[in-house]
Design a protein around this ligand. Structure first.
Ligand code: ADP
Ligand code: MG
Length: 337
């Protein structure tokens, strides 16, 4: 066979292999922000993936309430301080979301969360007197922050950005990957899932929604350039000596774990931070208020699982939800008026 004829297929094969190599999917997994995180990215090199880990660790080092060296822990200890521009901006955004959710989300609920032992894993049921006492210092409206990032906390007030930190990390990681030229990735940050673009073949990413009442899945939603964030009592909880179950999402009105008829709330939307804040807040609000909040906003999609076994989806989520074959919940669409 003439040499030229052999060269062409060889060249094509080479081009094909190069193209495949470029689009190869790589993944990395690591522990950060008190959870296991994984990133699967198409066309990212090892260095970019290592950068994801460093970025998550950097954010944890700034935001962790338990790491005494973090900006937040230092602020809590001193009652005042100057935050880095990034942490200041996150706190401003978080405070705005506390306002928007009328205090269902309250980043000053930390002393109560700690009293229940959720910070250290030393679980206990505080007395109602203790909770009443601790609630006196719970009010995000007392937090003062200047344009320069100088923060003043009223006496006894302590901040915890745990309800929004993973969502924010998702936004930061996606922006970082995009900067590195990655167009397709899926991030799992301890139950917070965030997609950059769609899959390499152009189809959307498919994300399972966990059954809060068992080990399985309720079904799968399709997402593209979106986050899907779930908050639920099943994520972190303990059972006391009397068999009562207490979880880590606290109603700032009462100081007790929020028990307003919901087992889990999933929020799907373009921004991880907002989805994370809203999943926590809407879980606290309960079905009626959560659905009213969605109707007034419409900037996100919502899936609620109620204590009586009903899965309620916004119309926009219903059309891209594929129920599990063994789904035990009743499926309902949330009326949009
Ligand atoms: P997870 O971090 O487990 O995914 P969430 O995003 O729902 O869950 O955040 C729960 C965490 O937020 C709790 O562990 C606690 O630190 C904190 N938290 C609990 N209740 C509230 C609240 N009402 N407002 C703000 N943060 C809260
Ligand atoms: Mg949250």
């Amino acid at each position: 066979m003439p040499r030229g004829k052999l060269m062409l297929p060889a060249l094509l094969l080479c081009l094909l292999l190069c193209a495949c190599g470029k689009a190869a999917e790589r993944s990395v997994g690591f522990f950060a922000m008190d959870t296991y995180m994984s990133v699967r990215a198409v066309g990212a090199d090892e260095e970019t993936l290592a950068g994801c880990r460093s970025l998550a660790e950097e954010l944890e080092a700034k935001l962790s309430v338990t790491d005494a060296d973090s900006e937040i822990a230092a602020l809590n200890a001193a009652g005042r301080g100057i935050l880095s521009p990034e942490t200041a901006e996150l706190l401003r955004r978080a405070l705005a979301l506390c306002g928007e959710t009328e205090g269902a989300l309250d980043v000053t609920v930390y002393p109560v969360v700690r009293a229940w032992g959720f910070t250290a894993g030393a679980y206990r049921v505080p007395t109602s007197e203790e909770l009443t006492q601790l609630l006196q210092a719970v009010d995000y409206r007392g937090v003062e922050i200047t344009g320069e990032g100088s923060v003043l906390l009223p006496p006894g007030v302590e901040l915890d950005l745990g309800s929004v930190a993973k969502g924010y990390a998702g936004d930061r990681l996606c922006a970082y990957l995009r900067e590195k030229g990655v167009k397709s990735a899926i991030l799992d940050l301890g139950g917070n899932v965030q997609a950059l673009g769609g899959k390499a073949d152009g189809s959307p990413w498919r994300v399972g929604i966990r059954d809060p009442d068992g080990d399985g899945m309720l079904g799968v939603v399709s997402i593209r350039d979106e986050a899907a964030v779930t908050s639920g009592g099943y994520e972190r909880f303990f059972t006391d000596a009397e068999g009562r179950v207490w979880w880590h999402i606290i109603d700032p009105e009462t100081g007790y774990p929020a028990r307003n008829g919901l087992l889990s709330v999933t929020v799907v939307g373009p921004e991880g931070l907002r989805c994370d804040a809203l999943s926590t807040a809407l879980f606290i609000m309960g079905q009626e208020k959560a659905e009213a909040f969605w109707r007034a906003d419409r900037g996100f999609e919502l899936a609620l699982v109620t204590e009586d076994g009903v899965l309620r989806l916004t119309p926009g989520l219903y059309t891209r939800f594929e129920p599990a074959k063994d789904l035990r919940c009743t499926l309902e669409v949330i009326p949009d008026a």
